[in-house]
Design a binder for this molecule. Structure first.
Ligand code: SER
Length: 617
């Protein structure tokens, strides 16, 4: 099934009666108001405030297809089913329907709409512990669902690869929190204060053509990693919140948070375990085959082709959202994705330059997603390709020098890896990969120590940034976000109405705001901006929210962000008579709560755009 067809079938299914959901647009992969994480890595992430009880303008039943990125999976890419970038189809009940509807609807979608054979579907359920009991309700619902299609569903307790319980013995498998509990941080012990989570129930598709691989244990079962089973959907019963004292309390609402990978659902409909053969990836693979004269069917070419396809797809989306490659946070991950792709391109010995290949790949990705997420209007798209070419060019210059240096050394040790990082910008993992590919020895002393330290750091930045907890962060973010509204209106008043938001990003330390403006701000302009924002803070203006039709909001001159798709009904935040914006972010009730506004830095942010860093003291 094509990605366009499957995405549409899913959204239509949840729009239709009796499900009656509203479609919400995908949020960006670089979150604007959530400094607890670098990337949007699941459909629920932009919905956290609503799962915690805030009212959503479109009601209690929502559905979408969310662009997602998981940096922690970067080293898994290369096999037939892992990618860093993916789309998550999602449906949510915000305190409305619960387990009974959710499990039945998803099964109906799989078997009636996608026409998957129920005999190939296996499910898992939370087995419970001393704190949260076993999910017997889901077990009973699944039994009934299977019975309705003539399958007598046997329940298997805590299967494991060596326990002797195999898939052949059951349909419904009970697992502990490590497998059947979902929060952004994982199991309950790992959840920071404020984080929502709950037990979940997953559905797996069986690829009968892939026999169990004994390397993964004696017996196969849904969570065995051998590839015989593929997880295609996860219904989380999001009903708990972690508290500062470590306990879990019930949320005001019992929510459903469902997510299913579009790429994997396509693989199931085609009964093809290789996600890279779907129309979401294959045009890039074909291009790489043409450019290299190498066949994808040759297993030796598969990992590099898959890595380039996945990494440049993720990079294209990030560049399209205005991210620049850099040495910190998201920019560093983007740089790693591009650099790793270039190294793999060399491995394939392309018949053109890596810059030329990068541009062509980026264009093919633009075509795959045209009218879905990427809008390759000439201007935007030429911005993406010029940043990409520039980054590849810079890397090519250092790559040769770095490889020469690397090749001269009999043993790659910590000092050399450090020098390569400092002088040539080689990430640690790239040095290790290149050395291993060349059969060079790595001195696993100092290098490993440094490497582990570094990996820990990047794992923490990409995955576990939630440490401080949502509750600790939220007040500072709310203030900085509200200040961003004041800043945007002030910029328009001082510089002119050509000022429009291009990007916004908030950490606990500062706000960052990108906007269209052709020239550097003068010292006087910066002083004037600070003065007006601080005046509006002093006036202690009331922040009001109303929910209206998008059309009405535009008629009332509420500001929007150019290029962003908005739902039919939106929240409009007005700050006194001073500012009016369509916005979903968190806001204080009175500007007097903001403190003193200070601009830290003003700089260029691409052509015709400026960037302001500011803080509240
Ligand atoms: N949040 C869950 C997941 O990411 C389901 O949407 O798997």
């Amino acid at each position: 099934m094509t990605h366009r067809e499957l995405r549409k079938k899913y959204l239509d299914f949840f729009l239709e009666s009796p499900r009656n959901h509203q479609v919400i647009p995908s949020a960006p992969i670089i979150p604007e108001n959530d400094p607890t994480t670098l990337f949007t890595s699941s459909g629920m992430q932009p919905l956290i405030p609503f799962l915690l009880g805030e009212k959503h303008p479109l009601g209690q039943r929502l559905t979408d297809s969310q662009k997602s990125f998981r940096a922690q999976d970067i080293n898994e890419v290369g096999d037939n089913r892992h990618s860093t970038f993916f789309e998550m189809l999602g449906n949510w009940s915000l305190g409305d329907y619960f387990k009974n509807d959710q499990l039945r609807w998803f099964f109906t979608f799989l078997t009636k709409v996608l026409k998957l054979d129920p005999n190939k579907l296996y499910v898992t359920v939370y087995e419970g512990d001393q704190i949260v009991p076993k999910d017997t309700e889901s077990v009973e619902i699944w039994k009934e669902i299977y019975a309705s299609v003539g399958i007598d569903a046997k329940v298997v307790d805590s299967p494991s690869s060596n326990s002797g319980t195999s898939a052949k013995q059951g349909r419904i498998f009970l697992y502990p929190a490590s497998k059947n509990w979902w929060s952004r941080s994982g199991e309950p012990e790992k959840m920071p204060p404020g984080e929502p989570g709950g037990p979940d129930s997953e559905v797996f598709f069986e690829f009968t053509q892939i026999p169990h691989d004994p390397k993964f244990g004696k017996q196969c079962h849904p969570n065995c990693e051998c590839g015989h089973f593929l997880e295609i959907g996860n219904s989380v019963f999001m009903q708990y919140q972690k508290q500062a004292d470590g306990t879990l309390t019930e949320l005001p609402n019992k929510n459903v948070d469902f997510g299913g990978g579009l790429e994997r659902l396509i693989a199931a409909t085609e009964n093809n375990p290789d996600i890279f053969q779907s129309d979401l990836f294959f045009p890039v693979i074909e291009l790489l085959s043409r450019l290299s004269g190498k066949k994808y069917s040759d297993p030796i070419n598969q990992p590099p082709m898959r890595i380039i396809t996945d990494h440049l797809k993720a990079a294209t989306f990030m560049l399209a959202e205005g991210l620049q490659p850099g040495n910190k946070q998201q920019g560093y991950i983007l740089r790693r994705l591009i650099r790793r792709s270039v190294v793999k391109m060399h491995k394939l010995h392309l018949q053109c330059s890596t810059i030329e290949a990068g541009i062509q790949i980026c264009q093919v990705i633009g075509q795959i997603y045209s009218n879905v997420y990427l809008y390759p209007e000439t201007k935007e798209f030429s911005n993406i390709t010029s940043t990409l070419s520039e980054e590849i060019k810079r890397f090519e210059q250092v790559l040769n020098k770095g490889i020469k240096l690397l090749e001269k050394q009999p043993v790659v040790d910590g000092k050399l890896a450090f020098d390569l990082l400092q002088t040539y910008g080689f990430p640690w993992e790239l040095t290790a990969e290149l050395a291993l590919e060349r059969g060079q020895k790595i001195d696993f002393g100092e290098f490993q120590k440094e490497f582990q330290k570094h990996q820990e750091l990047s794992r923490n930045t990409s995955k576990g940034m939630f440490k401080g907890g949502l509750q600790n962060h939220s007040e500072v973010i709310t203030r900085l976000h509200t200040a961003t509204h004041l800043l945007q209106q002030t910029l328009r008043d001082i510089l002119g109405d050509h000022v429009r938001q291009k990007g916004s990003n908030i950490t606990v330390q500062r706000l960052r705001f990108d906007f269209t403006h052709p020239k550097k701000l003068t010292d006087q302009e910066i002083l004037d901006i600070e003065k007006i924002v601080n005046l509006k803070i002093k006036e202690n203006l009331r922040v009001n929210m109303s929910i209206t039709e998008l059309e009405q909001a535009l008629k009332n001159s509420a500001l929007t962000v150019p290029g962003v798709k908005y739902p039919a009904k939106v929240k409009v935040y007005s700050i006194g008579n001073f500012s009016k914006e369509v916005c979903g972010g968190p806001h204080v009730d009175f500007t007097g709560l903001l403190g003193k506004f200070k601009i830290i830095k003003e700089e260029a942010a691409g052509s015709n755009s400026r960037r302001i860093y500011a803080t509240l003291i």
